[in-house]
Write a protein that binds this ligand. Structure first.
Ligand SMILES: Nc1ncnc2c1ncn2[C@@H]1O[C@H](COP(=O)(O)OP(=O)(O)OP(=O)(O)O)[C@@H](O)[C@H]1O
Ligand SMILES: [Mg+2]
Length: 370
């Protein structure tokens, strides 16, 4: 298997009056052996994209290529892609063992090897004690692991996993993610993992494709999505707790560009953003600053704003502080704060480089064009 190339891919269901444009002009290149997450809110077109890659859904327009070979018209069998979906699609009359063994059986793999592989996978996914049961007797999370096992037991060119952990409790999910990461490191096969959970996506993947409203928003690694989000949607979707957004007026006339929020809050920008704002010739924008980049301790080279503490959400190993300044609210992530109370006056520090600026209409990050 070589690079998976998706070019100008579109999917329109029910063309005509009530059509749904589920995937719009998607361009994506996934290198051989890469672990890529497809991340986005419900209905943004993730499953539709996968089904076209697998060959279960027709392509309205565009091209899907494995290396130099166009896949558009090829049957799923010929594409050599293994997949597991959220809805488990297990054979109800087969035992768990038979369900896992089936993909090997159809490939005429010898019975002793089949048994060995099934036992290995079952152990890894912690379902060894379920091998003689039928799917109907199992919980959603157990069925999900069997469905995942059935994909992993094969030796395909590409693995496609669609929301395969959604029914697992947090503890088990963490273990399974770890196992999946190990499996990927061993097999070095291309994996496309679909989720709407950004933590899962960032924890697992080399790169993440963020989708919204049927369109790709940004394709990049953890670092670029977190530090250089292309637009407000990505800045909002990636990161926990969520980015603070505030509508601001730009004042670039003084020696340093500032964003004025409400009556009494002023955020300084760094030089790059000042240049970008001057070039963009806009006087209003939305600023975004992550709670992680706001601090109640002075920062070397930092600036500060003031406000009153509204809520101290004490979470054991950390506190999320909600601060108010003349009707403007924002959150600060802090080490645990036991002695702060509502109404306390706070000084909050930040670095101007961490203040992101988004265009008021396009919502794109306002940045210097290289
Ligand atoms: N067979 C279909 N016929 C008509 N519309 C469809 C069909 N399948 C999906 N859609 C629509 O296409 C859009 C994208 O759906 P898709 O299943 O790809 O989203 P998703 O990102 O996988 O969402 P989720 O996270 O909820 O699984 C949705 O608006 C959905 O209603
Ligand atoms: Mg889906």
């Amino acid at each position: 298997m070589s690079t998976l190339k998706i070019k100008n891919l579109n999917k329109i269901y029910n063309p005509g009056k009530n059509q749904v444009h589920a995937v719009k002009d998607l361009n994506l290149e996934i290198q051989d052996g890469e672990f890529v997450a497809l991340l986005g809110p419900s209905g943004c077109g993730k499953t539709s994209t996968l089904r076209m890659i697998v060959g279960l859904e027709s392509i309205t327009s565009g091209t899907i290529m494995f290396g130099d070979e166009v896949m558009n018209e090829m049957t799923p069998e010929k594409r050599n892609v293994a997949m597991a979906f959220e809805s488990y699609a297990l054979y109800p009359n087969f035992t768990v063992f038979e369900n896992l063994s089936f993909p090997l059986e159809v490939r005429n793999i010898e019975s002793t090897i089949r048994t060995k592989k099934v036992n290995e996978i079952a152990e890894m996914l912690q379902i060894s004690d379920l091998l003689n049961q039928k799917p109907g007797q199992l919980s959603g999370g157990q069925q999900q692991r069997i469905s995942l096992g059935r994909a992993l037991i094969r030796d395909p060119a590409v693995f496609i996993l669609d929301e395969v952990m959604s029914h697992l409790d947090a503890h088990l999910k963490f273990k399974m993610l770890f196992e999946l990461k190990k499996i990927h490191q061993n097999l070095k096969k291309t994996m496309i993992y679909v989720t709407h959970d950004q933590m899962e996506a960032l924890a697992l993947s080399d790169k993440v494709a963020v989708m919204a409203n049927s369109e790709l928003q940004q394709f990049g690694n953890r670092n670029s999505l977190y530090h250089q989000p292309k637009n407000r949607f990505v800045a909002d979707f990636i990161g926990e707790p969520a980015t603070n957004f505030m509508d601001a007026e730009y004042n670039g006339e003084e020696d340093q560009g500032q964003m004025k929020v409400g009556d009494s809050l002023n955020f300084f920008l760094n030089e790059e953003s000042i240049n970008a704002m001057n070039n963009a010739k806009i006087s209003e924008a939305t600023i975004g600053i992550r709670p992680q980049n706001l601090s109640v301790e002075p920062l070397v080279g930092g600036k500060s704003v003031k406000g009153q503490l509204l809520i101290n959400e004490f979470l054991g190993e950390r506190s999320i502080l909600e601060i108010e300044s003349n009707g403007v609210h924002y959150k600060v992530l802090s080490y645990p704060q036991r002695n702060l109370n509502k109404g306390d006056t706070m000084t909050v520090y930040y670095h101007p480089k961490d203040v992101m600026v988004f265009h008021p209409e396009t919502e794109e990050l306002v940045m210097e064009t290289p």
